[in-house]
Design a protein around this ligand. Structure first.
Ligand code: PRX
Length: 629
């Protein structure tokens, strides 16, 4: 088999070293998963591993009773001298909680939340930055059987409002503010705006993180420090398929959708893959650089590592602020052992010289969220890892809850930029439109052929979209990922990108349709087409091609403002081009013609208005900013 073999020193100590794991999992799939499940603690064992009678509503560990917080915290709480969480603020403050302290803090908040009226099944929105209280809030919700709905702190008030409304959240936990690139961001102000016209929120709990001035509604708002109550709360014993959380993500529609995840199956999946893929052990310090508000933050920033009993490193701010190489400083300072990040961050810090830092503690590097090009992968492997640590490239989605395709770090040869093979316990295929497997190296649809424990339960309140997005193209037993990919003869996969109108920017998913919908809210805009353009650092950026009565820098700025207000800064376009008409055929905008003109300098021949692409071919592919043609 070709590829770079896992480093010997790593293999010696790895959790999984026997290649037979693949065939064993294939032949005895139920036992494979059940073995992991039995390593967790259940109040009552499951009666059935999988109920697929209502496919595609697959239910795992049916009849099992469990509590996620108990598994992540209580069962490790005897470790009074071991950190569960180490936190660094952007301005350099640092704080840590032992497992015992985490246990006390989670109990104290869980008690307080119960006092406020939060109970099993209540939906609690968390609009919080990466601070320890956010981890505590997730676990406190899990402890009492409440369902958390985390909203990334960088989202605008309007984005937060949509998620709060759609999830029918009754409570909100937020913070006064947080630091980002040296700026104090008033989060409470955004939170207030988000619930201004939504009357469903009964109480708002405010963590005093930054001490900034905030508006305080005496009837509705309570301080976190006034909510926590010394004492304990028994973990709520919930059914395996009781929802643990809802996580919103973009699909190919104007509105994001809430993916509902289970408790038992999800926890088994993230626990198993934390050990299989990230090789996590209790004495590891894992730094998952994602915000807690993304699925990566949930699965490998909190639930996976804590269920294994490892230590989390949580960082509040920007990874390249105030020093470009802060990422390496943090790894060195805390002796991070597992570094799990996105290719965009790696590209951002690729100007740093890793040999200037002591990175010897690192024993595994992982990436996620977007394709990684061979140069970036090789830099991680050679310069950062010094060819002594495996670099795994993990493919998965908000919907899948946890890893699906990746190298097993001690077993799978690494091929730069490939995501490796389907993990043991998973079955995937790459198929054509008719559902037939494509030949090696041919691009096709990436699909998942067997259900697996961490898969989402449903889309919150939207059964139609659940079926339509994932289970209609190839039927109710083949999950459509919306990714295009190809495989080599050895079953290693390369992900090409999304086949729908979704863009991965810096590892975050953004819907082009949602952006177009937002831009149409600017009155000067007559027509717009959003196209993903390749970018050296971010992987992709948004290019907006706009027809306007007033094509100008000012209109461009209005568009940016509208996007920032409705979605957030992460969706800021890299390029806005005003042009007299959009390229069309039979009245339909042809996005491929825009892309081909700007990126490949090719003029599409099948347009009703071919002249419009002429000027687009003259734009530099690296052009950024606002351009009037
Ligand atoms: O296109 C794939 C890409 O990210 C999408 C899922 O995005 P999201 O739900 O936000 O979850 C991101 C974190 C799990 C996928 O459909 N993607 C994810 N991992 C990879 C990837 N693309 C290439 N390589 C990866 N390793």
């Amino acid at each position: 088999m070709s590829g770079i073999y896992p480093p010997k020193e790593f293999v010696k100590q790895a959790n999984f070293r026997d290649p037979a794991i693949y065939s064993r999992a294939y032949e005895n799939w139920v036992e494979f998963w059940e073995n992991f499940a039995t390593e967790l603690e259940w109040y009552e064992p499951w009666e059935k591993f999988l109920d697929d009678s209502k496919a595609p509503y697959y239910r795992f560990f049916v009849g099992g009773k469990i509590n996620a917080c108990y598994n992540c915290v209580d069962r490790h709480s005897e470790m009074r001298n071991k950190s569960a969480l180490i936190w660094e603020g952007e301005n350099g403050e640092s704080k840590s909680l032992t497992y015992y302290q985490l246990y006390r803090e989670v109990n104290a908040l869980a008690r307080g939340l119960k006092e406020l009226g939060i109970e099993r099944g209540s939906r609690v929105a968390l609009y919080m930055p990466n601070i320890p209280e956010a981890v505590v809030a997730m676990l406190a919700c899990a402890r009492i059987g409440a369902i958390h709905v985390f909203i990334f702190e960088g989202f605008s008030a309007r984005s937060a409002e949509y998620r709060i409304r759609d999830s029918r959240a009754e409570y909100l936990i937020t913070a006064d503010g947080y630091y980002r690139r040296g700026k104090l961001i008033n989060l409470k102000e955004k939170a207030d705006k988000a619930i201004e016209s939504y009357k469903g929120i009964k109480k708002v709990v405010v963590v005093e993180r930054a001490g900034n001035e905030i508006e305080f509604d005496e009837k509705r708002d309570v301080l976190y420090s006034d909510v926590v109550e010394r004492g304990k709360v028994d973990p709520e014993i919930v059914d395996s398929n009781h929802p643990l959380f809802i996580m919103y993500t973009s699909g190919s529609t104007a509105e994001p959708k809430g993916m509902v995840h289970s408790t038992g199956g999800y926890l088994v999946h993230v626990y198993a893959t934390s050990k299989l893929v990230l090789d996590l052990k209790p004495d590891d310090i894992i730094w998952t650089t994602a915000s807690l508000g993304w699925i990566t933050g949930h699965s490998y920033g909190v639930y996976g590592p804590l269920s294994v009993g490892s230590t989390l490193l949580l960082y509040e701010g920007a990874p390249d602020y105030p020093e470009k190489c802060r990422t390496f400083e943090i790894i060195e300072k805390y002796g991070v052992t597992i570094f799990y990040t996105v290719p965009t961050l790696v590209r951002m810090i690729s100007g740093c010289d890793p040999s200037l830092y002591d990175l010897s503690s690192v024993r595994l590097i992982g990436t996620v969220g977007e394709p990684i090009e061979p140069e970036t992968w090789l830099w991680l492997y050679k310069d950062v890892g010094r060819e002594r640590v495996p670099v795994v490239n993990t493919w998965w989605q908000t919907e899948t809850g946890g890893h699906v395709i990746s190298q097993l770090p001690a077993l799978t040869p690494m091929k730069p930029a490939s995501v490796g093979k389907a993990l043991p316990g998973f079955e995937i295929a790459i198929i054509d439109d008719g559902g037939k497997p494509v030949k090696p190296f041919e691009i096709g649809h990436l699909v998942i052929k067997r259900p697996y424990p961490g898969m989402m339960l449903e889309i919150n309140g939207d059964p139609r979209s659940y079926i339509q997005f994932y289970w209609s193209k190839f039927g109710k037993r083949i999950y459509f990922t919306a990714d295009s990919a190809f495989m080599d003869e050895e079953g290693h996969v390369w992900v090409v990108g999304r086949s729908d109108d979704v863009l991965n920017i810096s590892g975050h998913r953004i819907s082009l349709i949602e952006i177009e919908h937002t831009v149409m809210g600017v009155k000067e805009v007559k027509e717009v087409s959003a196209v993903a353009l390749p970018d050296r650092v971010k992987g992709s950026v948004i290019g907006l091609f706009v027809v306007s009565e007033n094509p100008s820098e000012k209109t461009g700025m209005r568009i940016i403002e509208e996007i920032e207000q409705n979605i957030g800064k992460i969706a800021k376009p890299g390029l806005i081009v005003f042009l007299p008409e959009l390229p069309k055929s039979s009245g339909k905008v042809i996005k491929g013609a825009i892309y081909d003109a700007v990126v490949n300098k090719k003029k599409s021949e099948h347009l009703s208005n071919p002249e419009v692409v002429e000027s687009l071919t003259k734009l530099k592919a690296s052009e950024r900013g606002i351009v009037v043609l």
